[in-house]
Design a protein. Structure first.
Length: 334
């Protein structure tokens, strides 16, 4: 397989691939610049820039309970800089270290914010080349947005990694076996996110927004994503129920409408999903390439190289793909 991933011999396990980088990846310190954008609904989004103003710009989207401080975001921003790219990491609402000002949160189908960020930056830098990368939930948001936009968006490339392409399937998968460990961790993070936001909104005097969260009731008994998405995501964001949210927000149905060169990287052993989420070749738009690796876990892809020790394959594969598409894009415009 071209561009195949070979895991470190001692990480030939989906859970080790998933857990190792989350717990043991060395912290990277980057001299980034934070910018706060005020959204059309008078909330805010925080962006973390790592850029040189004359370079192609890559927008990064993190996963569920992540942020611009996630190891995979920092590592990729550093790798992109080394390959001649500027980057900006978007923190979804409430994920930058400060709760956002509205009861609304982020979710797998929320594309208004990435659309707003893209349009803002495109107006600011009309002549720059743009790309976008999304991980997990951020990858679902990215693919859905690209499909919604079709030819209206101008990117030279996009990459989506470990995407929960069919949300209902992934929610059910996390109810089984060892994956319940991830479910418990993520749900605890989400419950704390809501709890901290409620206290913040009360403290800041945003009582109408705080009341919307209070109306959700006691969340301590929630034990599955089906329950959380029914009681929290659906009620806060106008979905009928969890099934409606999953149906309308799953990105697989949007892939055929994508008109941007896009690389989708998945792992067969991803413990957050099953092979049933993967689209067949007929569902892929002509510009979409899907690479399904036998190994990799969920946003893992840790391997080793002689004299380099542990390395992160995505930090090489993604810049290589962007470079190939950037070169083609520049020459196709001449």
């Amino acid at each position: 397989m071209k561009h195949s991933f070979e895991p470190a011999w001692w990480l030939r396990n989906p859970h080790l691939q998933t857990i190792y980088p989350a717990l043991f990846r060395k912290s990277i310190v980057l001299e980034r610049v934070r910018e706060r954008l005020i959204t059309p609904d008078q909330d805010f989004l925080d962006l973390d820039w790592y850029e040189e103003s004359d370079k192609p710009l890559v927008i990064l989207l993190h996963g569920l309970s992540g942020s611009s401080e996630s190891g995979y975001i920092l590592g990729l921003q550093k790798a992109l800089r080394g390959c001649g790219f500027a980057s900006v990491a978007l923190n979804f609402r409430g994920c930058s270290g400060t709760p956002n000002w509205k009861a609304r949160c982020y979710h797998s189908g929320e594309t208004e914010d990435i659309a707003f960020v893209y349009e803002t930056l495109r107006l600011r830098f009309p002549d720059r080349h743009f790309a976008a990368i999304g991980f997990s939930l951020g990858g679902n948001v990215l693919l859905k947005w690209l499909g919604e936009q079709g030819s209206a968006v101008s990117l030279f490339a996009a990459v989506a990694v470990s995407v929960p392409l069919v949300l209902s399937e992934c929610a059910s998968r996390l109810d089984k076996g060892f994956s319940r460990i991830y479910r418990r961790y993520l749900l605890d993070e989400l419950k704390q996110y809501i709890e901290l936001k409620l206290a913040f909104l009360d403290n800041q005097g945003f009582y109408d927004q705080a009341d919307r969260l209070r109306e959700l009731g006691d969340l301590s008994d929630i034990r599955s994503f089906w329950q959380y998405d029914e009681r929290v995501v659906a009620r806060l964001h106008g979905f009928r129920d969890a099934s409606d949210y999953y149906h309308r927000s799953s990105s697989r149905q949007f892939i055929g409408a994508i008109r941007v060169p896009t690389l989708l990287i998945q792992a067969h052993d991803d413990p957050f999903m099953t092979p049933a989420v993967l689209p067949n070749s007929q569902e892929l738009a002509p510009l979409v390439t899907m690479e399904v690796q036998p190994w990799g876990g969920h946003v893992g892809f840790v391997h080793t190289q002689k004299q380099q020790g542990k390395t992160y394959w995505l930090d090489k594969r993604i810049p290589a793909y962007l470079l190939s598409k950037l070169d083609f894009g520049i020459h196709s415009e001449v």
